[in-house]
Design a protein around this ligand. Structure first.
Ligand code: COA
Length: 215
């Protein structure tokens, strides 16, 4: 069937939604907390995030923000660009102490999981940590959290110990470590993962970073 067109009501064209990893700001905390509460049995508080962002000199936090399609309605001149604020769909953060990057959090909003976005955030975090001089990455993960453990295994983290009753609800944590973060081999691995993810995500989103950037 042919689309009906009139001079006064032409179809709109649009570009794909833009996906950006940006530094987390205090103003982002309410949106972050919505994902936090949907993701963790013992979520961090508003005060906790505020302290991380304003008082912790070792902390580096990022949000994954989705900017909606820009629709260009070709009525008149100049074209009308409808601008809406971006929505936060994930976040991550770490502390950099000497050469150790300690990953403190990573979450993707439930509706957006299993599309490579957790990986995209983790790759961004690891690259940022390498740029700032990290050679080791560490983290704790709940023993029951198989999804996150699989993600970390995929990025060559190894289980190095347990922390008994680490979480406020009494669950144990597995301590995982990744060494050789800044080795040429690991940097090449990360660059290749990033390239593959950019190709996959680039089919749906406009990515705000150069896709062929190496390590
Ligand atoms: C962990 C989490 C961030 C993963 O985000 P995501 O966007 O769904 O993950 P991705 O789509 O990028 O998946 C990357 C890899 O993670 C692993 N993974 C993610 N979800 C998984 C699941 N439900 N089951 C098994 N493996 C899973 C897989 O290894 C996957 O690689 P694959 O696609 O080649 O199998 C997300 O599940 C989440 O926010 N969970 C709640 C918060 C949390 O537990 N954070 C970790 C704290 S330590």
């Amino acid at each position: 069937m042919t689309e009906q067109r009139t001079v006064h009501n032409p179809p709109s064209t649009s570009s794909p939604p833009r996906l950006a990893v940006e530094p987390m700001r205090v103003a982002d905390i309410p949106e972050v907390l919505r994902i936090e509460r949907a993701s963790f049995p013992t979520p961090w508080s508003e005060v906790g995030y505020r302290r991380e962002l304003t008082r912790n000199e070792f902390a580096h936090y990022f949000v994954l923000r989705l900017y909606p399609k820009r629709s260009r309605k070709r009525r008149g001149w100049p074209p009308l660009l409808t601008r809406q604020p971006g929505e936060i769909i994930g976040y991550t953060g770490y502390w950099l102490i000497a050469d150790e990057a300690h990953i403190t959090t990573l979450a993707v909003a439930p509706a957006w999981r299993r599309h490579g976005l957790g990986e995209w955030l983790l790759v961004h975090l690891l690259r940022d940590a390498i740029r700032r001089g990290a050679s080791v990455a560490t983290l704790e993960v709940r023993v029951s959290n198989r999804a996150a453990q699989r993600l970390y295994w995929k990025y060559h983290f190894e289980r190095v110990g347990m922390r008994r009753r680490y979480y406020a609800d009494g669950e144990d944590a597995i301590l995982m470590t990744l060494t050789g973060l800044n080795s040429p081999e690991y940097r090449a691995f990360l660059a290749e993962r990033r390239r593959a993810l950019a190709e996959q995500l680039g089919q749906v989103f406009r990515l705000d970073e150069p896709q062929n950037e190496g390590q």
